[in-house]
Design a protein around this ligand. Structure first.
Ligand SMILES: [Ca+2]
Ligand SMILES: [Ca+2]
Ligand SMILES: [Ca+2]
Length: 455
């Protein structure tokens, strides 16, 4: 990879993050700013519906008004006000849904539902949020609770539903006590299975299950929260590799810098990662993790870079964050396929041959466990263990980090510094000293090797 290309990828980095972070799906009209007349005395929030637009047209005229457009807003101009109201001997709870209400003379038989055949009454949704947030004010009567339920589901679904047919996850916010000032409430989604959602169905209520007249709730700024996915990565460096799937930690702690070492050419990485001390004795060295979002490995060029972060590689090959144990995260939404590129200061950079797949919020990839996990023909990496199952890793000897092992790596980074000690590019086995083993065991056999990460 040329230096120019790497600079170019830096420029694109910020843009890609900005675009990606907006692609996580959010509720429609979540701030209740848009309202529309639907032929009633009170407008409905756009994309939300009430008990007077239920699918039981015979009851809609009879149903009381239980919502209003309020100018008491947490943000913007409006919030939605829900209140309980009686008709005949029945108390109807203030209810609003992004699906449709099915009302019934017996409130116990009412529900809200997703109607898959009419976009007025459904919200397509394919993400997997971690929690739901709402801002609320609440004045309860007789033990009423304000409540929000959000269900991710496939096909048709309703709330409540004893069978929970097609449900994938439920988040439920209960507000049991009086809340005089706008307050943030949140609840996690509990996932029942790993199916991909097709819809999200909300129900907002001022009554919970048993409603009493006199209860009033205000809701504003619904939001879905997405925790970043984790990266569970394993890689071995040829230089410090000591056998038995372990690497030596000879640089730790005296020679290891406390600030990420990728700020200069060719990485030009501006991250501020630093530590007050090397976090534990297992740290081998710093490593720069680059995330690329592309349809295929061949298309995962530097222009597809969406994030970079520096971490530590440990003696067992695991890549961790600055605390020395927690995993790195994926701070952006991946829209196509996630490929991971690893850069080291004097080992040839590599990329995953396959897209990483997420399971339970974790992208796992072991670059070492077969000879086919690293992208390319093999000229850009090395086999560290022969036989079965074998072990593969990053090739050392690239003192100037230009992606090729050649005479420059010997002459400018090994020869002139031979006999010295420190955190040095020509220290190919990462033991803190530049001497003959660096040249003979790593530079010499790797001559002619070249980086196969797509440019
Ligand atoms: Ca608002
Ligand atoms: Ca080189
Ligand atoms: Ca050495």
């Amino acid at each position: 990879m040329s230096l120019q290309m790497r600079k170019f990828s830096m420029v694109l980095f910020g843009m890609a993050v900005a675009i990606a972070s907006f692609s996580q799906q959010q509720p429609e009209n979540a701030g209740f700013e848009q309202w529309e007349s639907v032929g009633l005395n009170t407008p409905e929030p756009v994309d939300w519906s009430s008990i007077k637009t239920s699918d039981n047209s015979g009851l809609n005229n009879l149903a009381p008004y239980v919502w209003d457009q309020s100018t008491d807003a947490h943000s913007g101009s409006y919030s939605v006000k829900l209140f309980n109201a009686s008709v005949l001997t029945i108390v109807a709870a203030g209810t609003l849904t992004n699906g449709r209400v099915h009302s019934d003379l017996n409130p116990n038989n009412g529900y809200v539902f997703t109607n898959t055949s009419d976009p007025h009454w459904n919200t397509p949704f394919t993400d997997t949020p971690d929690s739901v947030v709402v801002w609320a004010k609440f004045t309860p009567a007789s033990g009423d609770i304000a409540q929000i339920k959000a269900v991710l589901h496939t096909g048709t679904a309703k709330i409540p539903d004893a069978t929970q047919a097609n449900w994938i996850a439920l988040a439920q916010i209960d507000i049991p006590n009086q809340v005089n000032n706008w307050t943030r409430f949140s609840a996690p989604f509990n996932y029942f299975n790993s199916n991909i959602p097709q819809y999200i169905l909300f129900v907002l209520s001022s009554g919970g299950t048993v409603a009493h007249v006199g209860t009033t709730a205000y809701f504003d700024d619904l939001q879905l929260i997405y925790n970043p996915a984790e990266l569970d990565l394993t890689v071995f460096l040829q230089g410090p590799y000591s056998g038995d799937s372990l690497m030596a930690t000879a640089l730790n702690p005296y020679f290891l810098p406390l600030t990420q070492p990728f700020s200069g050419e060719p990485w030009n990485y501006t991250g501020t990662e630093s530590v007050p001390a090397i976090p534990n004795g297992s740290v081998v060295d710093w490593i720069l993790v680059e995330l690329r979002d592309a349809p295929s490995a061949a298309a995962a060029t530097s222009a597809a870079t969406v994030a970079r972060q520096a971490g530590f590689v440990l003696s067992d090959g695991s890549i961790v964050g600055l605390d020395g144990s927690e995993r790195l995260t994926v701070p952006v939404m991946i829209s196509q396929n996630l490929f991971v590129v690893l850069w080291h200061r004097n080992h040839i950079g590599i990329m995953s041959a396959n897209p990483l797949t997420e399971s339970a919020g974790i992208y796992t990839y072991n670059f070492s466990d077969t000879g086919t996990k690293i992208y390319g023909s093999g000229n850009g990496f090395v086999q560290l263990e022969s036989g079965f199952p074998g072990l593969w890793g990053m090739a050392g000897g690239d003192g100037n980090a230009d992606g090729t092992v050649n005479s420059a790596d010997k002459n400018s980074f090994w020869s002139i510094l031979a006999g010295t000690s420190g955190y040095l590019p020509g220290d190919y086995n990462l033991n803190g000293h530049i001497n003959n083993p660096d040249k003979n065991d790593f530079w010499q056999p790797n001559q002619g090797k070249g980086c196969e990460v797509p440019e």
